[in-house]
Design a protein around this ligand. Sequence first.
Ligand code: 8Y4
Length: 306
Amino acid sequence: MRSAECGMNTVPSSVFIPHSAFRAPHSMLWHLRDRTLHIGPRPLVMGIVNVTPDSFSDGGTFLDPAAAVEHALRLVSDGTDILDIGGESTRPGAEPVTLDDELRRVVPVVAELAKRAGVPISVDTMKAEVARACLDAGAAIINDVSGFRDAAMIAVAKEFRAGVVVMHMCGEPATMQQNPRYTDVVAEVTDYLQERLRVLGESGIPPEAVCLDPGIGFGKSLDHNLALLANLNAVASLNRPVCLGVSRKGFIGKLCGREMSGRDAGSLAVACFAAARGTAHVLRVHDVAGARDAAVLLESIDQHRR
Ligand code: 8Y4
């Protein structure tokens, strides 16, 4: 079986914050073009809007732009802090989407929502041309699951001073789940994200624009996902907000024995675990209403901490 290509020889280099830190050591700022999001004790909710015909979630998938906009506005009324709009499925083995198709799907939805939603719009894309068109249409964040390894993507984000979500992925979407291997998944993911922060900084994207993401499910086995979740303080110790995407993913289905439609409770449990430890700050979810209630409750409890 082919192995996905992962760094195998990295040495742990980060100083970790304690497991028990409920509150972030200091409140963090995330610069997105003309806006600044304050990352405090309340985790931010990033609501998922898929504009794809083949997403493997049964919820939040709308090929019709009008339906996608309607769903997104529902997520806003449910209390989302950010909308994440995506037109390319990253499902293992999914057909790659052409540039024209992705532009046709995503840009009209982003343009409409940038005018009407009142929350920052994130675009889930690996293509610099899509990122540019969406930033022109008013998007504030580029969420690139390929981790800004394309210099053209970096240049676009820099030009617009966009916020960026930099995710770890081992390999490529088509093959990433074929026998992923690491020596120390936590150290390797953390070191990778630290290195991306350095490269982006040298390319003119300051750390204040960056949110980091361990890429749960992207070239990771069940044990890799659990090790990252249990030790996410390693990523949080890079002193940037951490985005966590676990919503309805396969490892929850595996452990709980649930189909896609029954995974929201488990998804929220995992997100709350990380948010309550202060190791996840942006929760990428399908069930916005649930995540928002959890975020409000976590913040209320934290305010009573002595
Ligand atoms: C059901 C629906 C089950 C969707 C699984 C999935 C992440 C991400 C994705 C993530 C960031 C997905 C675009 C995979 N996951 N972006 N995108 N972090 N930043 N699968 O974890 O949602 S797509």
